[in-house]
Write a new protein. Sequence first.
Length: 75
Amino acid sequence: MVNEHDLRWNEVRETWGWKLPPPAFWLWRLPIIRHVRYLVGVFRVEAHARRWASIGRPASGYDHWVLYAIARGWC
C-alpha cells in the first residue's frame, strides 16, 4: 500500500535523480532491526550536520531521504 509520504519520496527521487545505496543484508531489513538502524542513522546524520553547520555547509536532504528508505525496509 502506497501512502502520501511514499509518493512524495518518489517525487524527490525523480526530481533530484537520487539513487539508493545497495540493499542491506536481509537480516538488517527486518522490522525491529531496521528501526534501530534508522535511529542510529538519525543520530549520526544530525551529529554530522552539527559539525558542518559551523562552516555554513547546507545539507542536501539525501541523508534523510535514505533514512526514510531504511525505515521502510527498502535498503
